[in-house]
Every structure is written in structure tokens, then in C-alpha cells.
Design a protein around this ligand. Structure first.
Ligand code: FES
Length: 97
């Protein structure tokens, strides 16, 4: 079972394979913005993957287009609502309340 650590909260959670980072975060009370409700239409769920970037399924074209216009993106940026978990991760939530 993949383990995911969210920063800055430090909350750790066990994920089901194929579950999205957003669904896992919300199920464990991790503060994370998600203005469009998880439909790849906003970018507020931006996360930086600090460890295990390869442990997410690859982004599709819609996510890549969204990420391209995101000023704060890094080489390890993903949208939590589109990121399906395959293995262990450490994730920095960029926008939280
Ligand atoms: S919640 Fe809007 S793009 Fe992820």
C-alpha cells in the first residue's frame, strides 16, 4: 500500500493504488485548495512532488496544458486532482488554507 506524506502539515496516509492525491488529501484532512472541485480547470491544487515523482501515473495532455501556464511550477509540479498514486511519495501542498 503506497504511503504518502504531505507537507507542510506532516500528515501521512496510506493510499489505494490509482487514488488521486487530492482524494487522499481530502480524506485525511490535509489542507489543500481545489477551487474547481477536481476537474483540471483551475490549478489551485498544485503540488510539488519532493520524493517519488515517478510513483505517479504520467500526466495527460489536459494536465500538462494547465501546468504550462502555472507561474509557480517546478520540474516536479503536478495537479493533485489529476495525479494517480502508484507508490510512495512526499508531497508539498503549494496552496493551503
Ligand atoms: S482542483 Fe482544480 S485543477 Fe485540481
Amino acid at each position: 500500500m503506497p504511503k504518502v506524506k504531505f507537507l507542510p502539515s506532516g500528515i501521512e496516509a496510506d493510499a489505494k493504488e490509482g487514488e488521486t492525491l487530492l482524494d487522499l488529501a481530502l480524506a485525511h484532512d490535509v489542507s489543500i485548495q481545489h477551487a474547481c472541485g477536481g476537474f483540471c480547470a483551475c490549478t489551485t491544487c498544485h503540488c510539488e512532488i519532493l520524493e517519488g515523482f515517478e510513483n505517479l501515473e504520467k500526466p495527460d495532455g489536459d494536465e500538462l496544458e494547465r501546468l504550462e501556464v502555472l507561474e509557480a511550477r517546478t520540474g516536479h509540479s503536478r495537479l493533485a486532482c489529476q495525479s494517480k498514486i502508484k507508490g510512495d511519495l512526499t508531497v508539498r501542498v503549494v496552496n493551503f488554507d
